[in-house]
Design a protein. Structure first.
Lengths: 264, 261
């Protein structure tokens, strides 16, 4: 069979077939041009082309979808890739809900004065409001998102960090997640124990009632459902860091990504 | 996945070891043709259903990783990621195993080749023509396009998935690009899969073909008039599997009178 024959051509079609009785009497099953192979190879080529064009396409999609998503009452655009908005990630099957009555945040480890804060006590401390982009290591970005809460450095100072401590470990009441920062990173003014998102109390799905917010880093550093702050001698890798992600997760300078930094 | 039913001819495998094999020896006592014809061997059906299960796992885990509603319901992100990665990586394996089957390879050839009737079929389908001029061999043109496209799409998904998997210092502009292609192609695959299942849901006889391997002769004549079903107890795979019952010819009715050995 001629490989190059046009697939609509009857050339090379064997006529020994007893005939279909239809208008294509000479057609034989299994003869003709290898269009299936062409479709397959074409799909592969399109995939490769998409890979090459992705940076340009993605920018266009984000702009286009971002504009549409703002006016989309159905929220369906949020389900599309690069459709904008937060995505919910949890590493456990279910997370207990905690509120003003039962939420506790402990500060312990290498400190002079271990502490234990209720939600009301955290809210009574001076609040800091930061408006930065949120960048997830999986690619989604939420622009200009206000977080409000207590500076982590304030809690550290109140507890009195001992000289041998060089790092901070964070644990969560989901029972599995953990994170860590060096002491220097933890003392940055743009690292908060966040209590509000977009000027509303932090909801459960967003890690409420209190989460870590590390503005300059990929969002997995901003541990949800924060319950423990422990001063340690060295950095202990967190949940995703045990699974291959960078400990020093600066946006645009880690995890092999080149996103625009979230903090100037 | 239903367990593959036994080979239809296995029960009377003893009488096929004669030198020459006469086609249509499954005719009834009065020479009538059996009501059913065989469409898929157990091996082919195993390839289909193993692929379907892996694809189902891929889609389900993808939904739980990607759609906020399911993500909130299920959580367990690390486990889902692992299951998704491995089911995706294994997705081409049933196909590769299927290449050991002669029947499967023969069907791949039928799927690959487009005759003039296929072009007419596609034109009719695209025009939503009701003129019923839809000639088809064992597979119609829609099934051929579907098979070729989903094969290509699975390979692209596997490739981009592997690029996304590496968190190491891979050329990681690539990883972002791979994520982009993977996400959008996943959406397309999802839509097309729904179409596949929808069409199957509307054609019970077609489903029976993939479930039991057999379809009604009348259905085959109507839906696939150009298809020449194999004679009743020809087993294309038995030849390769060797053994006493092997060596039978008969892919084409004309050829099956050829003596063996």
């Amino acid at each position: 069979m001629a490989r190059g024959a046009g697939w609509c051509s009857n050339q090379g079609v064997d006529s020994t077939d007893e005939g279909s009785g239809g208008p294509f009497g000479r057609a034989v099953d299994g003869e003709g041009a290898p269009v299936g192979r062409r479709v397959l190879l074409g799909t592969l080529a399109l995939g490769a082309a998409g890979l090459a064009a992705a940076p340009y396409l993605q920018r266009g999609m984000e702009r286009g979808l971002g504009a549409v998503a703002g006016k989309d009452p159905t929220g369906l655009t949020g389900l599309l890739p690069n459709g904008g908005g937060f995505r919910y990630y949890s590493v456990v099957s279910s997370v207990p809900e905690k509120g003003p009555e039962d939420y506790r945040l402990t500060v312990d480890g290498l400190v002079e004065r271990p502490a234990d804060y209720s939600l009301a006590e955290l809210r009574a401390l001076p609040q800091t409001r930061l408006v930065r982009d949120v960048q997830c290591v999986t690619g989604w970005r939420v622009p200009g998102t206000p977080f409000t809460g207590v500076r982590l450095s304030r809690l550290l100072d109140a507890a009195g960090v001992r000289s041998e401590a060089t790092a901070v470990r964070f644990t969560c009441f989901d029972g599995a997640y953990s994170e860590s920062l060096t002491l220097e990173q933890a003392r940055r003014a743009d690292v908060l124990v966040a209590l509000e998102l977009r000027d509303e109390p932090l909801g459960h799905d967003h890690g409420g009632p209190a989460r870590l917010y590390v503005a300059p880093m990929y969002f997995y550093k901003s541990a949800k459902w924060l319950s423990g702050i422990t001063l340690t001698r060295g950095v202990r890798r967190g949940y995703w860091e045990e699974r291959g992600y960078d400990v020093d997760a600066w946006v645009g300078r880690s995890n092999g990504r080149d996103d625009a930094p979230t903090v100037a | 996945m239903p367990p593959p039913s036994p080979e239809p001819h296995a029960a009377h495998g003893a009488h096929v070891s004669h030198g020459a094999h006469v086609p249509y020896d499954a005719r009834g006592p009065h020479g009538e043709l059996p009501r059913d014809v065989r469409r898929f061997t157990p091996g082919e059906r195993a390839v289909h259903w193993a692929t379907a299960v892996l694809m189902g796992v891929c889609v389900a885990t993808a939904a739980c990783l990607y759609l906020p509603q399911f993500a909130q319901l299920v959580g367990r992100r690390a486990l889902l990621v692992t299951v998704h990665e491995w089911s995706g990586l294994l997705l081409p394996v049933p196909f590769l195993c299927g290449l050991a089957s002669r029947a499967f390879r023969a069907d791949l050839r039928l799927l690959n080749r487009f005759g003039p009737h296929d072009r007419a079929w596609l034109a009719s389908a695209l025009a939503r023509g009701r003129q019923r001029a839809r000639e088809a061999g064992k597979f119609n043109a829609g099934q051929k396009v579907w098979a070729a496209w989903i094969a290509g799409a699975v390979l692209v998904m596997t490739g981009t998935g592997l690029l996304m998997w590496s968190t190491g210092p891979a050329p990681l502009v690539w990883r972002t690009a791979a994520t982009f292609v993977h996400d959008w192609l996943a959406l397309a695959v999802g839509v097309v899969l729904v179409g596949h299942v929808w069409l199957a849901a509307n054609d019970p006889e077609s489903r029976r073909g993939m479930r039991t391997g057999r379809v009604a002769r009348a259905w085959a004549r109507r839906e696939h008039p150009l298809w020449r079903p194999p004679s009743e107890d020809f087993d294309p795979d038995a030849e390769e599997n060797g053994g006493q019952s092997g060596g039978r010819d008969g892919q084409d009715a004309e050829a099956s009178a050829r003596p063996h050995h």
